[in-house]
Design a protein around this ligand. Structure first.
Ligand SMILES: *Cc1c(COP(=O)(O)O)cnc(C)c1O
Length: 424
């Protein structure tokens, strides 16, 4: 008997909690059975039942060149043939650190890790070690991975599953974490080691920084001697060659990366001013390590993807995101659905409500039931968006004109289906 999505999900649920290795994949907030991907190519994925979808999930932003891009496949294949991990430095670690530092000038030095979670966790440790201070400030609805001290008001699946704070995180682990509303410059004191922010919030739907917000954070951090950390795990190498810090012209002290720089392999990185990064062992007293960090396959994939992303690529990605947003907007307005399609550079969001959200509270006003209905209607039309209302849509190099036209048609049909069934 061949596998179906149903049979695999049933088997998975017996041996994997919820049948998934990351909560949002389980379809809990949209209902139904997840599709199990058998393979992907370019803008499309094919499930185990042979159905093909245009994919706007793109591994939640880890993939930008499209699935199984030939240059990435070849780079990974060649790297694998030379051995997968050594516990000694390898040449591509130097090349990737140089490539990151060249694109993001605030990162004079870079260290590789294995996920975005590790990057934000480690960068906070550097900030605390360098300042000798304990408290950090994060913004509600910003997600910085799942390390204990950052797992409060985290947006993404925490929002769609209604989990305000995680069980298993002790009060002492978050005692030094202060949560503030996004888009309001907080008043700091000299007890703060750092402020960590998603420079474009992309885990509570898509919420742009209001004019002056990031500049205000820079000034307030400088006033009290706290460090400014940009979490560019999504925005890095996606919204511009130099990330959100280039787009908005605000220079953070430290930056966390992930997703894109692994080309779909497990990777994170963090970087910043040399004297801060030199706090790390073996030079300094801040300990941080990793058996697989700087992995030969991941660095090969990362270098191959950065190589594809020149200024022309970002101009192309921005124009595609604009067309994608226009398509969804026109679909919603012709169907008479109340929905907004926020866009910042190459990122596009979906918000079922009005007015546009500016922070977590307003972002949580999205109509999740309509999102779920639209998700399924769109999937029926052959287009996959994330199975959670607080994610964004990821358009990549493979989403060419034909793909965008197909999405446009699917969005119009799906919006009409949702409008008819809700009697709008
Ligand atoms: C995805 C994400 C993370 C966590 O990265 P993982 O690789 O999933 O651990 C951190 N910060 C932001 C902004 C993210 O979107």
């Amino acid at each position: 008997m061949t596998d179906t999505n149903h049979s695999l999900f049933a088997r998975g649920q017996r041996v994997i909690p919820g049948g998934v290795n990351s909560p949002v994949r389980a379809f809990r907030s949209v209902g139904g059975t997840p599709y199990f991907v058998a393979r992907g190519e370019g803008a499309r994925v094919t499930d185990v039942e042979g159905r093909t979808f245009i994919d706007l999930v793109q591994s939640y932003g880890a993939v930008i060149a499209g699935h199984a891009h030939p240059r990435l496949v070849e780079a990974i294949r060649a790297a694998a043939a030379d051995g997968t991990s050594f516990g000694a430095p390898t040449p591509r670690e130097v090349l990737l650190a140089e490539a990151i530092a060249e694109r993001v000038p605030s990162c004079e030095k870079v260290r590789m890790v294995n996920s975005g979670t590790e990057a934000t966790m480690s960068v906070i440790r550097v900030a605390r070690g360098a300042t000798g201070r304990s408290r950090i400030l994060k913004f509600a609805g910003n997600y910085h991975g799942h390390s204990d001290g950052l797992l409060v008001a985290g947006g993404t699946a925490m929002a769609s599953l209604g989990i305000p704070a995680s069980a298993g995180v002790t009060p002492s682990a978050v005692a030094d974490t202060v949560v503030a509303p996004y888009n309001v410059v907080p008043r700091l004191t000299e007890s703060f080691a750092a402020v960590i922010v998603e420079p474009i919030a992309a885990n509570m739907g898509l919420v742009a920084p209001q004019p002056g917000f990031l500049e205000g954070l820079r000034a307030e951090c400088d006033r009290v001697g706290a460090l400014l950390i940009f979490d560019e795990v999504i925005t890095g190498f996606r919204v511009a060659r130099g990330g959100a810090q280039e787009l908005f012209g605000v220079r953070p002290d430290l930056t966390a990366f992930g997703k894109i720089i692994g080309g779909g392999l497990p990777v994170g990185a963090f970087g910043g001013r040399a004297e801060l990064m030199d706090e790390l062992a073996p030079l300094g007293p801040v300990y941080q390590a990793g058996t697989l960090s700087g992995n030969p396959l991941a660095t090969a994939a990362g270098l191959a993807v950065l190589d594809l992303l020149d200024d022309d690529a970002y101009a192309l990605l921005s124009s595609r995101a604009a067309r994608l947003a226009a398509s969804f907007e026109s679909a919603f307005s012709s169907a008479g659905l109340t929905a907004l399609v926020p866009r910042v550079a190459t990122l596009t969001g979906l918000f079922f409500g009005d007015p546009a959200p500016v922070d977590y509270e307003s972002a949580c006003a999205t109509d999740e039931a309509t999102y779920a209905a639209f998700f399924h209607a769109l999937l029926d039309e052959g287009v996959a968006i994330a199975p959670g209302a607080y994610e964004v849509m990821f358009c990549g190099l493979a989403h060419d004109d034909d793909v965008i036209l197909a999405i446009d048609a699917a969005a119009h049909s799906a919006a009409a289906v949702v409008a008819n069934s809700s009697g709008a």
